[in-house]
Design a protein around this ligand. Structure first.
Ligand SMILES: [Zn+2]
Length: 360
């Protein structure tokens, strides 16, 4: 009897101690709260999610850019302990783990606290032929000592009606923002309908360098405010960094499942003889293409001499009314899931027949 009582009492103290430690670990003296995703509470659900989306994301080249680092560690939060460079890296490394579990190919602009020049980040992503670029940042308010502003936002480059706007960036931003803001239980902020923002809001007609200078669909996430009284505390916890990364991962998975149309020219279009009146493009996509979505532009001007064969996903552009010389061709289409095509912009040179034949 006595032994049993002793064991019971010991068990009680051990369990109480563990409970207090667990409570301390999650919330501690800190006054913060966050929701653990069901996939973290039940590992089987996590495995099921990853396996479900692996067919769509495997072999995709994902370039992750944890913002700042090395000499650039300026944004340190209101109390000096929520260092943006480190939080960005923690989220990026957790995202890398999830993506690799789904057999994606991941590259990072940095995987430790090192200095990386801004232009090198986009240059590296381009040289690796990445399918997607995600730049990870955390925010700070415009007004000094503001400790109450906090929201989660995702930026895309340019604005609709501007030439540099590629709607696939906006699609990607929407998919990531939805799952990211839900995972963090943050709103998208008061200045946008859905938490996605054009980078022209921050730098008019210019945007963020890392988004402007990349060829592939690219977004920049601002996970939350390191300056916010409560958010700064959550952001310094590795578990919360993983939750944030899980949100980005889920958004990416769903984006790739919806399919990204890829426009491919059937022949080399760098230089075209003017007697070749029609050039053909195949649109590769796992779903169907919305016939009414096709936009063809020559030198920024909308061009309507084309036909689109929905069944064969074949786009034929008739060049009869295009003058000889250099032109810039831009094509955008959208699939029936609402995802726009991978950015397609090419310089083409239409050459007179006589020039080729040497008659003139
Ligand atoms: Zn930043």
């Amino acid at each position: 009897m006595r032994k049993s009582n002793y064991i019971n009492r010991t068990s009680f103290f051990i369990i109480s101690f563990l409970f207090i430690q667990l409570f301390n670990g999650c919330f501690g003296s800190r006054d913060v709260y966050y929701e653990i995703p069901k996939e973290f509470r039940n590992p089987q659900k996590k495995i099921e999610f990853i396996e479900k989306y692996t067919p769509y994301i495997k072999n995709k080249i994902i370039f992750i850019d944890p913002g700042h680092g090395g000499e650039d560690r300026r944004n340190i939060g209101f109390e000096g302990d929520a260092i943006e460079a480190d939080i960005n890296l923690n989220v990026a490394l957790a995202l890398t783990t999830f993506l690799r579990q789904a057999n994606a190919v991941v590259f990072l602009s940095r995987d430790k606290d090192t200095t990386v020049a801004l232009q090198d980040r986009s240059r590296l992503a381009d040289s690796l032929n990445a399918d997607i670029l995600i730049s990870i940042h955390h925010n700070a308010p415009a007004i000094e000592n503001d400790i109450w502003t906090n929201y989660t936002s995702t930026y895309y480059h340019a604005k609709p009606k501007y030439y540099e706007y590629n709607p696939v960036n906006h699609d990607l931003a929407k998919y990531i923002q939805r799952d990211l803001s839900y995972a963090m239980r943050n709103s998208g902020g008061p200045y946008s309908f859905d938490g996605t923002y054009s980078d022209y809001i921050i730098y008019p007609n210019e945007g963020f360098s890392v988004l402007r200078n990349t060829k592939m669909p690219a977004v920049l996430v601002e996970g939350g405010f390191t300056t916010h009284h409560f958010e700064s505390q959550r952001l310094t916890e590795l578990l919360f960094n993983r939750i944030e990364a899980w949100g980005i991962f889920k958004g990416l998975c769903r984006f790739f499942k919806a399919g990204v149309p890829i426009i491919k020219s059937v022949v080399n279009i760098d230089s075209i003889r003017s007697d070749n009146k029609v050039i053909n493009f195949i649109i590769e996509d796992s779903t169907n293409i919305d016939t009414n979505s096709v936009v063809v532009k020559f030198d920024s001007v909308r061009f309507n001499d084309y036909s689109f064969d929905t069944k064969n996903k074949l786009l034929k552009i008739d060049l009869s009314n295009i003058t000889d010389g250099k032109h810039i061709l831009k094509i955008v289409v959208k699939n029936t899931n609402g995802i726009h095509s991978f950015p397609f912009e090419r310089k083409i040179f239409i050459i007179k027949n006589e020039h080729i034949l040497g008659d003139n």
